[in-house]
Design a protein around this ligand. Structure first.
Ligand code: DC
Length: 228
């Protein structure tokens, strides 16, 4: 069997910089970039839109199984589609993020999305980011990174991002509280909680620039490739 390309799994809490960093790493390597949080957000968006209660595990699970979620476009122009409708701009709001955190606790939702993520990354040459990539989606990924940052640094980044997007911004203090609530729910849910995979390399990005984090991951990937 032909050897597949590298899989680079980047996990970590909200606001640690996973998407930004994963996108640049993918661009530099000519790899596919897959933001799995967008898939949970898409399910949450549809449940909200259809008035399906987020805590109705059966209904939200069915909705996830029946929906066609696509990530299209290149590294710098990723679009998120659900049932053919482009919802890229609609899923970035804090409201949808919070709802995504709720639907991501439903095992049937996770099963449906994890199976698709495994299919999307099956050929390798992919940078996939989320919460459970190194632990559940690709436990055999060659490169596993756990990207973290202090709650203060993450709140500041989310605050700046929301401002730049023209969204209504909460105060910095509220933002930090939201982040801490989300950390708690992502780390304590029963199914696939956010944890650092045993072999994952821990990077604290609080005081690092995007380029510094990217260079560190590229260095790790290069070393891993040499060992193959
Ligand atoms: O990374 P994000 O903020 O877009 O993720 C939204 C929510 O989706 C987050 O609260 C946890 C969940 N999620 C998950 O459970 N597993 C993933 N692989 C990605 C995201």
């Amino acid at each position: 069997m032909a050897e597949r390309g590298l899989i680079i799994a980047i996990d970590g809490p909200a606001g640690a910089g996973k998407s930004t960093v994963a996108r640049v790493v993918a661009r530099r390597l000519g790899y596919l970039f897959i933001n799995t949080g967008a898939m949970y957000r898409a399910v949450a968006w549809k449940a909200l839109r259809e008035g399906v209660p987020l805590d109705d595990a059966g209904a939200v699970g069915r909705l996830a199984g029946e929906s066609l979620i696509e990530l299209t476009g290149g590294v710098d122009s990723t679009r998120v589609l659900i049932d053919g409708r482009d919802i890229t701009g609609e899923i970035v709001t804090p409201h949808v993020g919070q709802a995504a955190s709720v639907v991501s606790t439903i095992s049937a939702v996770r099963r449906a999305l994890v199976a698709r993520q495994q299919w999307m990354g099956r050929a390798g040459c992919v940078v996939m980011e989320g919460r459970d990539i190194g632990t559940q989606v690709f436990p055999d990924a060659e490169v596993k990174i756990y990207l973290d940052a202090s709650p203060e640094a993450r709140a500041q980044r989310r605050y700046d991002e929301d401002l730049a997007r023209g969204l209504a911004v909460a105060s910095l203090e509220e933002m930090k509280e939201q982040i801490e609530r989300r950390d708690h729910s992502d780390k304590t849910r029963a199914d696939s909680p956010l944890t650092q995979a045993e072999e994952a390399i821990y990077i604290d990005s609080s005081a690092m620039t995007v380029d510094e984090v990217v260079d560190r991951i590229l260095e790790i990937a290069e070393r891993r490739e040499d060992r193959r």
